[in-house]
Design a protein around this ligand. Structure first.
Ligand code: ZN
Ligand code: ZN
Length: 473
């Protein structure tokens, strides 16, 4: 009899939250059924003003897990980290001693979703979509990977795979990065649908409509959804228009090239731009803007490498910085960089200065000093969602001060990777969940389902999904 009761209590799906409930990113959730467990995502919360690693302080690659744990940057979860990495954390069970079957699944490769995935023990599989993995390998090559050294597994859109008794299906969404997906997570006691990050004003809104259809076909009980853009203004549910049509004064990804061309035409001098390298849609937009304004697009070598892999037909030149010239002289160029410099036309500041109005030149934040070498009179600096992103990042004022000093006009032409509140409401209303858990947001309480129950979880509490009902333990 005891045995029967014991089995019965195990037949439930436990959901626990370790990050991302009231922050932008750093979402870490575990879904567990008997000896099967799925963890999603594994990033670091995005908070440049309070980030301990400020770009100056060096990470100790020999003790990343211990140091991250002490700083509270990653959670103490049993069965995820290697015994050797856990030294000094006796309360945490190492992966080697945990008998559960665990997998980590990653919705997309923004740092707030992957930043800590390199800390996971090598015996725990970490799944990324094939698109994400291809982009990740390219980023890793150019030095934009995450700390830690391990292998990653690939999964594909609409292709289910099992983690013990849990079945996971990645479903493609549109976000400002290649490879982004939602996950349908099916357990014997009920299913969860996790949206990852998404938007309706990108180049592929149909992916969101298809995601909604697929989620409905699969069926689910709990919807876990991002709410990045929800703001603090008191909004009644009824006044938040649920629509996929309203764009307010928001620019769509598709409108950006034309806006850039307007700014470039107004400027008589050089055009500079600052984007986030892993936003491939934006790279395409830059190339389009260059073509339309009859300017030669000049990429830094890192971006040139990405473009050579993901848009091999495109035409552009590569910027030769003083640092790159030095590396050429010392014969210390990395292989990937050498290949890019051999394949494409190269231009340095002196060549660009012969007629600055003919060029649209990448200048990422780290390369700001290069602008001292460019003739920027009557030029324009198009800031298109490259770091620093805004006032909340202390580096932003630094950049503004510099641009003012050299006298180049700073204009913002960008758009967010996250759905605006009306679109979030539309997606929730279409999905119509029995239980809605909004997260990845400063104001998750603002997202309210029309019929089901809104659940705002707390850390340290286990939520139980049993017979398709979600309760707090
Ligand atoms: Zn995110
Ligand atoms: Zn994201």
């Amino acid at each position: 009899m005891d045995g029967v009761i014991w089995v019965a209590t195990l037949e439930r799906t436990n959901i626990r939250f370790f990050g991302g409930l009231r922050t932008i990113g750093g979402t870490i959730v575990t879904v567990e059924y008997k000896d099967s467990r799925v963890v999603f995502d594994f990033g670091l919360k995005y908070d440049p003003a309070n980030n301990f690693f400020d770009g100056k302080l060096q990470l100790r690659t020999t003790s990343i897990v211990q140091d991250y744990l002490r700083l509270g940057m990653i959670p103490k979860i049993d069965g995820l980290y290697s015994e050797k990495d856990l030294a000094g954390n006796e309360g945490v069970i190492p992966a080697e001693l945990d008998k559960r079957q665990t997998a980590v699944i990653i919705s997309h490769i923004h740092l707030d979703h992957i930043g800590a995935m390199g800390t996971i023990a090598p015996e725990i599989p970490v799944y990324l979509t094939s698109d994400s993995l291809k982009l990740y390998h390219a980023l890793d090559t150019i030095g934009e990977g995450v700390p830690g050294n391990r292998d990653y597994q690939n999964c594909d859109y609409d292709q289910s795979f099992s983690v013990g008794e849990i079945i996971v299906t990645p479903i493609q969404v549109d976000h400002d990065i290649l490879g982004a997906c939602a996950f349908h997570i099916e357990t014997p006691e009920g299913s969860i649908f996790y949206t990852g990050d998404l938007r309706l004003h990108g180049n592929y809104p149909e992916r969101i409509e298809q995601m909604i259809q697929k989620a409905k076909e699969c069926g689910f009980d709990v919807l876990i959804m991002e709410g990045t853009t929800l703001n603090s203004v008191e909004v009644q549910r009824d006044s938040m228009v649920s629509t996929n049509k309203i764009f307010e004064d928001l620019l769509t990804e598709a409108q950006l090239p034309r806006k850039m061309v307007e700014a470039l035409e107004e400027a008589k001098g050089v055009g500079c731009f600052n984007i986030y390298n892993r936003n491939l849609d934006r790279i395409e937009g830059i190339l389009t803007a260059g073509k339309s304004s009859k300017r030669i697009v000049v990429f830094e070598p890192e971006l040139a490498y990405l473009a050579s892999l993901f848009m091999p037909e495109s035409e552009f030149a590569v910027y030769l910085s003083s640092q790159t010239k030095e590396e050429m002289k010392n014969d210390s160029l990395l292989e990937w960089k050498k290949a890019v410099l051999e394949r494409y036309e190269t231009l340095d500041a002196v060549q660009i200065n012969e007629d600055p109005s003919r060029y649209f030149v990448q200048n990422s934040y780290e390369q700001t000093m290069e602008m001292f070498d460019l003739h920027v009179e009557n030029g324009v600096y198009i800031h298109s969602n490259g770091v620093p992103l805004g006032d909340f990042d202390p580096s932003y004022q630094n950049l503004k001060n510099f641009l003012k000093r050299i006298g180049i006009n700073h204009v913002l032409v960008g758009t967010s990777g996250h759905a605006i509140p009306n679109h979030l409401q539309y997606i929730v209303d279409e999905l119509d969940p029995d239980f809605l858990i909004p997260l990845h947001s400063f104001h998750p309480e603002r997202l309210i389902p029309r019929r089901g129950k809104q659940v705002l979880p707390e850390y340290g509490v286990t939520y139980v999904l049993k017979n398709h009902e979600l309760t707090k333990q």
